[in-house]
Write a protein that binds this ligand. Structure first.
Ligand SMILES: Nc1ncnc2c1ncn2[C@@H]1O[C@H](COP(=O)(O)OP(=O)(O)OP(=O)(O)O)[C@@H](O)[C@H]1O
Length: 322
């Protein structure tokens, strides 16, 4: 089963007491095809997790949502809790969680948790149930010999695989992984993302939410850079991480902040989302900003590379940067 996700002008607002509003996500549009990994990157607090929650119907009650998010025919934003709970979460969209430790039940073995999820999602019973649970573990490279262990008996990497196995039980065509590598050392990060890539190569779509650019570089086909709730660049991963590099000054800054590059942080701090400046939200931190940046730049360009900046770096070799 495959599925194409199509998000259009998705916005999420949280009205606060006193009349202020948090603009957590603003006018986000992207597509995600089966067998494709889109990495959603950006600094902490830029709206990545709120976007994922919107797609899963897991926003808190005070959220106001606008736009559309279609998974094949179904609009996830208007589907209603009953449909999302019975037909979408676990079955059509699976969440690989940020913190497997808090996602796994501490007092039950991995096998028992897997079997319960298999029973719920497939109705399997008896020996079939046991076999299905073991197959789910195998799909996430969770070793059969550890199935009868409790979560506290697992290493961080195995706990992550157990959580991934649970996410994969329902055969959901779309996976959303929200910071799946947080707290893991580099070696485990690589193994975790390689396992997710195997799922992509098997035909799943993967939205990888991360601030770990090295993890994104390792597995993403495309990259969406978020800043202050908006996607400011959406482009192919190879060109983004390699040559010619990002076009948006913020995206360039993010890459240059990496220890293996110039290790220079982007100056300043991101704005509060309940007090966004008018115009381009990055302008106060941007050395290219001019009066033109008083107007919010639209995300323009082809699917292969779109950028929202009045002074984007040019990729045309003969053209001077604007
Ligand atoms: N229920 C809520 N009410 C008000 N504001 C909220 C609510 N939930 C999230 N926010 C705000 O929405 C913004 C986006 O948060 P989000 O968690 O999506 O960021 P993020 O990019 O995922 O950050 P991180 O990488 O730290 O998880 C933040 O400013 C956060 O404070």
């Amino acid at each position: 089963m495959t599925a194409r996700l199509s998000v259009r002008e998705l916005s999420v607002r949280f009205p606060l007491r006193g009349g202020r509003t948090v603009a957590a996500v603003t006018d986000v549009s992207f597509d995600l095809a089966p067998g494709e990994c889109l990495a959603l990157v950006g600094e902490s607090g830029c709206g990545k997790s709120v976007l994922a929650s919107a797609l899963l119907g897991l926003l808190p009650g005070n959220a106001r949502v606008r736009g559309a998010a279609r998974l094949d025919g179904l609009d996830l934003l208007t589907a209603g809790e009953a449909v999302l709970a019975r037909r979408v979460r676990g079955r059509r969209i699976a969440l690989v969680p940020q913190s497997p430790a808090s996602h796994l039940t501490p007092v039950r073995t991995v096998r028992s948790q897997l079997e319960e999820t298999v029973r719920e999602l497939t109705g399997a019973r008896g020996p079939k149930l046991r076999g299905e649970a073991e197959r789910a573990a195998e799909r996430a490279a969770f070793p059969a010999g550890h199935l009868d262990r409790y979560p506290h008996q697992l290493s961080g990497g195995l706990a992550q695989r157990a959580a991934t196995a649970l996410a994969l039980v329902g055969g959901a065509p779309l996976l959303i992984a929200d910071e799946p590598t947080t707290g893991l050392d580099r070696d485990l990060v690589d193994r975790t993302v390689d396992e997710l890539r195997r799922q992509v190569d098997a035909g799943h779509g993967l939205l990888l939410i991360t601030h770990d650019l090295a993890a994104a570089e390792r597995i993403a086909d495309r990259v969406a850079v978020m800043y202050a709730g908006r996607v400011v660049e959406l482009t192919g991963a190879a060109g983004f991480f390699g040559t010619p590099g990002p076009r948006h000054p913020y995206a360039r800054g993010l890459l240059e902040a990496l220890p293996e590059r110039s290790f220079t942080p982007v100056p300043g701090m991101p704005p509060e989302l309940d007090a966004l400046p008018g115009g381009c939200a990055f302008a106060p931190r941007c050395d290219r900003a001019t009066g033109a940046c008083a107007a919010v730049p639209a995300l323009t360009g082809a699917r292969a590379g779109a950028v929202a900046c009045h002074h984007a770096h040019s990729h045309a070799p003969e053209a001077a940067d604007a």
